[in-house]
Design a protein around this ligand. Sequence first.
Ligand SMILES: C[S@@+](CC[C@H](N)C(=O)[O-])C[C@H]1O[C@@H](n2cnc3c(N)ncnc32)[C@H](O)[C@@H]1O
Length: 200
Amino acid sequence: MYDKNYFEKRYKSNDLPWDNDKPDSNLVNLFAKKRIIGKKVLDVGCGTGSSCIWLAKNGFKVTGADFSKTAIRMAKENAKKNNVDVTFIENDFLKEKVKGYPFDFLYDSGCFHSFDIGRDMATFVEKVALHLSDNGKWFSIVGNIDERREGNGPPPRSVKNIVTAAEPFFEIQFIASGFFQSKRPVPPKAWICLMQKRKL
Ligand SMILES: C[S@@+](CC[C@H](N)C(=O)[O-])C[C@H]1O[C@@H](n2cnc3c(N)ncnc32)[C@H](O)[C@@H]1O
């Protein structure tokens, strides 16, 4: 598991290959297909907030949560520069609830995969379900085990890792191979996952 200090150091030293100041193209595509439901959206592990800002510009009521203090400060500055209203909250998603829940739609890019395979990923899923309204949807962009990169990259996860953690609480609507939004010359492979909360 990647802890708060690990990410805090990376934001402080601007070591952020995942952050290219643009909204996630996977999210933009999903919006174009009219598959983002409702109005209230939560971005968990929102980083510097580019996708939150884009969602707010497109009419959603957005909350961005991240446990890095520096990321949240940067996200607030970015929202101010863009003159949009987004609620940014410093929050450890596994430990505390995000104010404003339930949300209609929850998005994360690179947060779910930062938890260890097995129990930690399953706990994350439980928290996602808790923050969603009935039939709420979760869109998650996850490191792909088929990425073969020298050096640092997103944590490798298999479809089996994702499905094992998610299926008890979510109906899987699709999982497809794609790419992360990134400032690396060759973006890392990702799993693009859309899931709907089950009625339990
Ligand atoms: C790979 S970064 C991606 C950031 C952003 N989604 C993006 O695509 O630019 C993962 C983010 O998840 C956040 N994160 C990891 N574990 C978290 C937790 N337990 N609670 C809240 N945020 C967390 C990190 O601080 C980091 O900003």
